[in-house]
Design a protein around this ligand. Structure first.
Ligand SMILES: O=c1ccn([C@@H]2O[C@H](COP(=O)(O)O)[C@@H](O)[C@H]2O)c(=O)[nH]1
Length: 234
């Protein structure tokens, strides 16, 4: 399994058309990016699609954000490991025991275990949305709180916004991986994302991996856009 940290871009393949996604993927090289499969493509096209990407040589982040009782989540991350994915995630708000059991379930895969990370506060959420959930902390404080819980449970990192990256690196150390969606090259549409940052600023702030979907996949030339982003953060 590749651990090449110079390959920071994880492309969010959010397509409702399997062939369109594969046509795009076939123009890419596993040496220039990793791929993320989320709820939309997994629900349409299932584990076979994930296996196809793995067979093409790509590191695949299976972004299904498991959130359930510990036993169920432990079995779900085991199923992800069986697909050969590079990274899988759970929601930190599923709790300490859930995260710990998920990590324990992957131990039997040794060095072939996927990285296990936890979602803290979705990048589409701001202070107002947290308040509506009854959470009175700022997004930043809630992210730090959940990230510390995830680290204590033995996870490899978290999903957060790049806006929290500098603080998390200073409090949790460099080896705890930060995977940051909500990446928007200057001038691109934020869409539903609230806590955003440009690729260059995200890397400077300490993001290990940049999750980028629409700014690449909906660009007029997605391959050229990926190459421009890679050049900008090299
Ligand atoms: O907090 C989170 C967690 C996951 N995501 C996912 O990342 C991509 C972002 O896509 P864009 O098109 O670049 O907005 C998408 O698949 C989300 O499900 C996130 O955005 N925020």
């Amino acid at each position: 399994m590749s651990q090449n940290d110079n390959k920071k871009v994880l492309i969010a393949l959010d397509y409702d058309d399997r062939q369109a996604a594969l046509n795009f993927v076939k123009q890419l090289s596993p040496s220039e990016c990793r791929l993320k499969v989320g709820k939309e493509m997994f629900t349409y096209f299932g584990p076979e699609f994930v296996k196809e990407l793995v067979a093409l040589g790509f590191d695949v982040f299976l972004d299904l954000k498991f959130h359930d009782i510990p036993n169920t989540v432990a079995k779900a991350v085991t199923a992800a490991a069986e697909l050969g994915v590079w990274m899988v995630n759970v929601h930190a708000s599923g709790g300490f025991e859930m995260m710990q059991k998920a990590k324990e379930a992957l131990a039997k895969y040794g060095e072939n275990a996927p990285m296990l990370i936890a979602v803290t506060v979705l990048t589409s959420m701001d202070q107002g949305q947290l308040l509506r959930l009854g959470i009175e902390k700022t997004p930043q404080d809630q992210v730090v709180y959940l990230a510390k819980l995830a680290q204590e449970a033995g996870l490899d990192g978290v999903v957060c916004s790049a806006q929290e990256a500098h603080l998390l690196k200073s409090q949790l150390g460099d080896s705890f991986k930060l995977v940051t969606p909500g990446i928007r090259p200057a001038g691109s549409d934020a869409g539903d994302q609230k806590r955003i940052m440009t690729p260059q600023k995200a890397v400077a702030a300490g993001s290990d991996y940049l999750v980028i979907g629409r700014p690449i996949t909906q660009a007029s030339d997605p391959v050229a856009t990926l190459q421009e982003i890679n050049a900008s953060i090299a």
